[in-house]
Design a protein around this ligand. Sequence first.
Ligand SMILES: Cc1ncc(COP(=O)(O)O)c(C=O)c1O
Length: 412
Amino acid sequence: MLDPYKIREDFPILERKVNNNPLIYFDNAATSQKPRQVIEAIKSFYENHNANVHRAVHTLSQEASELYENAHEEVARFINASGMEETIFVRGTTEAINLVAYSQGLHNLKENDEVIVTLMEHHSNIVPWEILSKIAGFNIKYVDVNNDGTINYESFEGAISKKTKIVCVSHVSNVTGVVNDVRRIAKTAHEYGSLVLVDGAQSVPHLPVNVKDLDADFLAFSGHKMLGPTGIGVLYGRREILEEMEPFQGGGEMIRAVEFSSKTRRCSITWNDLPWKFEAGTPNVCGGVGLTEAVKYLKKVGMENVKEHEEALTKYAMSKMRECCKKVKIYGPQTPTAKCGIVPFGVDGVSSHDIALFLDNYGIMVRSGFHCAQPLHEVFRLNSSARASFYIYNTCEEIDRFIEILKEIEQF
Ligand SMILES: Cc1ncc(COP(=O)(O)O)c(C=O)c1O
């Protein structure tokens, strides 16, 4: 098991006080805090190696290019991709999903085609498909979610057909922490000849994720939720699919040649190799450097340990909330099995924003609202929820303090 007290020493922000109380950060599903190693790697990059990549022959550009390419290799190894050709750097999960939606929507999806999306998706795995369906004319079929927050697999099996071209599913729900059986979904989807896009925003930071085991065609995730900086994320794609796919954005970096013909007075363009074909413009080099350190940090801790630690915290929090609080309701699954470190909850008669504001007075940060998943809240018939989400530096002691304040809220 990991030692959260030892880990905390690496996170400078955890030393600060908020409203005269020690900071308790339970909003990790929104973004994680950053260890000193990541902060220092970013500082060192700007102090020693800053240059644009792949454009100049000088020393700094060579160094920056090597760091940026290494970042792709490091991430590829972390998720067991076949190589850096399969790891495209983007701004985050949202941009990764938009890349697939625009590329597939504009070039491969047609009227009468269908895309399957589950009702537990984050808005970033719903909105791009709704936008593209209006342009390309394909239909979207939504898969039901059970009252306990798990996917209704019968609904999925009823929705899939030969018309299905892409199945979009989150690996882990950002509201309930439910872990979906992606392998099962991918097996069925592939039998029907459909591609599978997995939103890994809440799984890659918290579980060992192996793209070959998942059998996903695409996996999207964000660096900032896994100890890395904001503005850097990853789209994994199966090499043979990426090779066939049209680029999402055009510009420098993503082309090998742009040749003007004086005869046709048009340019003919040859795409660059993978992954650069999908990385138009000057990339977030420094973000890649920060993400490399984040991945190294997580590997050192061990992803199995991360998973176990979060499961233990979730189990502890859920049992304490039940034991000590009379007016607190936990939403989603009632047992912490097959669930990451996320606990959505409410307090009878108190709005989720008031819960979050009350906790904030005591230095405890939780999220309130829809968490960008309004359809799932509609399934639960909730106007909003509060959400505590844990990571490697959280402790049972912090949960005890959280429970104390929840008890005060019950009197509110
Ligand atoms: C499941 C899920 N998908 C997608 C996103 C969007 O991530 P980003 O804002 O980093 O693009 C989030 C962020 O909370 C998420 O939890």
